[in-house]
Design a protein around this ligand. Sequence first.
Ligand SMILES: NC(=O)C1=CN([C@@H]2O[C@H](COP(=O)(O)OP(=O)(O)OC[C@H]3O[C@@H](n4cnc5c(N)ncnc54)[C@H](OP(=O)(O)O)[C@@H]3O)[C@@H](O)[C@H]2O)C=CC1
Ligand SMILES: CC(=O)N[C@@H](CCC(=O)OP(=O)(O)O)C(=O)O
Length: 347
Amino acid sequence: MIKVGIVGGTGYTGVELLRLLAQHPQAEVAVITSRSESGVRLCDMFPNLRGYYDDLVFSVPDTNVLGSCDVVFFATPHGVAHSLAAELLASGTRVIDLSADFRIKDAQEWAKWYGQPHGAAELLPEAVYGLPEVNREKIKEARLIAVPGCYPTATQLGLIPLLENGLVDPLRLIADCKSGVSGAGRGAKVSSLFTEAGESMMAYSVKGHRHLPEIAQGLRLAAGGEVGLTFVPHLTPMIRGIHATLYASLIDSSIDLQQLQQLYENRYANEPFVDVMPAGSHPETRSVRGANVCRMAIHRPQDGNLIVVLSVIDNLVKGASGQALQNMNILFGLDERLGLGNPGLLP
Ligand SMILES: NC(=O)C1=CN([C@@H]2O[C@H](COP(=O)(O)OP(=O)(O)OC[C@H]3O[C@@H](n4cnc5c(N)ncnc54)[C@H](OP(=O)(O)O)[C@@H]3O)[C@@H](O)[C@H]2O)C=CC1
Ligand SMILES: CC(=O)N[C@@H](CCC(=O)OP(=O)(O)O)C(=O)O
């Protein structure tokens, strides 16, 4: 059994990780932290987990205790893993971080977007960006994994096949993305109130969102050179889900939809958690709700050189906790699908 610790067990991604791990045959959650709920039984706070973790009690984060685990997940705000990861790695514990602390390779770039100095720049060279569809071999050898963000997962998976094959102009990419409100976390915020977000939709951070440098970093690697990306996130009145509408311009406009479809099907043929739908389909966020799947479809809406890729994920699953668990499975040499077998929730 893999002994698991979770730092930040009361947040949305922490509790989603617990839901998924409850069905994992080879992992056992041994430590779960919360500073505000220390001493409270997990099942008393989250009744959906009754019967799965009846003995588990929240405790304050303590690296001595967490260091007895084989792997520790950080489901915490940015900066927390910076301060605790080195000590855990020194005790032989692997670290899988759901926050953005180790996603961007350039510490100064990170500091610019996150508004605080990078707290563990010495660990950046060894941190592996945990997008299995790109980095599976590196994940197998990693000690420290940076789980991609939600918008970055949907966007990169949708655009990478085009960029890897040099088919589109890398300097003219557009990602028009919509998120459910759980993407903002469980902390109380006026913008997350039902009265504010429940029947309204808005774009935000159009000037520049912190996921822009993360997405651009991944797309540059796929393209083998500079990229130009316009990324506009939106908050929508749903609880879970990311819907990314991605626009790119073909360099050779004679490539037809069937060829593009074949390219995507080949690229993801061996990926258990990417579903390329028939060309011209319209993937819905509810079809991936609760599932560790990125579902996508390719369109060529008119004559000319425009391609539109529609890519949907559940922000809390393939966009966070499910992808984190997928990384754990790869890291420990297990079947990548363990604990992640459930389909989306319709209706
Ligand atoms: N929500 C989403 O869709 C996604 C979130 N993420 C990222 O995952 C991380 C967690 O997100 P989410 O679950 O939404 O966040 P929440 O705000 O819902 O939860 C945060 C958790 O971290 C704990 N925490 C807060 N501050 C500290 C601290 N200084 N030290 C230790 N523990 C702390 C909190 O418990 P307590 O304060 O009691 O200790 C709580 O359990 C974030 O970095 C987020 O950006 C990534 C992808 C998608
Ligand atoms: C709707 C909403 O607020 N979404 C968050 C992104 C989701 C998230 O938590 O991002 P990370 O994966 O980087 O942690 C935001 O825009 O900051």
